[in-house]
Design a protein around this ligand. Structure first.
Ligand code: KIV
Length: 302
């Protein structure tokens, strides 16, 4: 997937499926299932690190998470959130941090929150060849300014500003724009007014695509159920059942049993099963013995 293909999907009327992703194993599953865009969201601050807000996560932490997602992505475009403080101070710093994120993680694009206020930073990044995804509406890095996570742009003034901001981001060359928690009618209006695809979350279904936080849509966060969220699975229950059975099996000594392949001792590298230890070690050991005896032989000859 490329940013050009994402734009073409809007023109072709093909909806764009984006999900957040924070690690190799799950990113591989999402990629294999055919997700178009993997977003290494700064929601990692909440669902991975357990913080109340997205604000504490750092550029280094985002790069660490993005590396695993990039290694897994064979098909999907990987977009990384620029964390709070990494693009607001100056345009130079914004470009420097975006360059670091792309160079060190191997991701395809960055996303950042805000409209006119961050336009100079966005323009500099795009001039530097960095694909940028915008984010308007409920921008969680501004939670302290908003005073909560409620619906945005309900009043005309904020709705007018959002429409204007979307047009500015579009003109600046953003390849897509996330619209979070705004009225569906406004999201539809923005979607018609811009050439960049819009990706909605809690913004109705007239947008060009949808994004959800993976842990929320998989039902891993049982305590979090905003109105717009659909649980596509109930993984918290699955995990609880599996772990309860594991604990019981350990406590009553039924695990491991004769059927469990402990003797084969699988070696796992990068999430894949490799050769059993024994067959891996035998040629390796014979190579060391052979090599060592050759060196002894050379020393004796000298
Ligand atoms: O960080 C995130 O997960 C996001 C999505 C909610 C769009 O920005």
């Amino acid at each position: 997937m490329t940013t050009t293909k994402v734009r073409q999907m809007k023109q072709a009327g093909e909806k764009i499926a984006m999900l957040t992703s924070y690690d190799f194993t799950l990113a591989k599953l999402l990629d294999e299932a055919g997700v178009d865009i993997l977003l290494v969201g700064d929601s990692a601050s909440n669902v991975v690190c357990g913080n109340q807000y997205t604000l504490p996560i750092t550029v280094d932490e985002m790069i660490f998470l993005a590396k695993g997602v990039v290694r897994a992505a064979q098909h999907a475009l990987v977009v990384v959130d620029m964390p709070f403080g990494s693009y607001q101070i100056s345009e130079e710093e914004a470009v420097r941090n975006a360059v670091r994120i792309l160079k060190e993680s191997g991701a395809d694009a960055v996303k950042l929150e805000g409209g006119e206020e961050v336009l100079p930073a966005i323009r500099h990044m795009i001039q530097a060849g960095i694909p940028v995804c915008g984010h308007l509406g409920l921008t969680p890095q501004s939670v302290n300014q908003f005073g909560g996570y409620g619906l945005r742009a309900k009043q005309d003034a904020e709705a007018d500003k959002l429409l204007k901001d979307a047009k500015l981001l579009d003109e600046a060359g953003c390849f897509c724009i996330v619209l979070e928690k705004i009225p569906a009618a406004l999201a539809a209006k923005v979607t018609k007014a811009v050439s960049a695809p819009t990706i909605g979350i809690g913004a109705g279904n007239a947008t060009d695509g949808q994004v959800l936080v993976l842990h929320d849509m998989l039902g891993l966060n049982t305590g979090f159920k905003p109105k717009f969220l659909r649980h596509f699975a109930k993984l918290a229950d699955e995990v609880n059942t599996a772990v309860t059975h594991y604990i019981e099996a350990v406590k009553d000594s039924s695990f491991p049993s004769a059927e469990d392949p402990v003797k084969r001792g699988h070696l796992r590298v990068n999430g894949y099963d490799h050769l059993p230890h024994t067959s891996y070690l035998i040629p390796h050991t014979s190579y060391i013995i052979h090599h060592t005896s050759y060196l002894i032989h050379l020393q004796c000859m000298a």
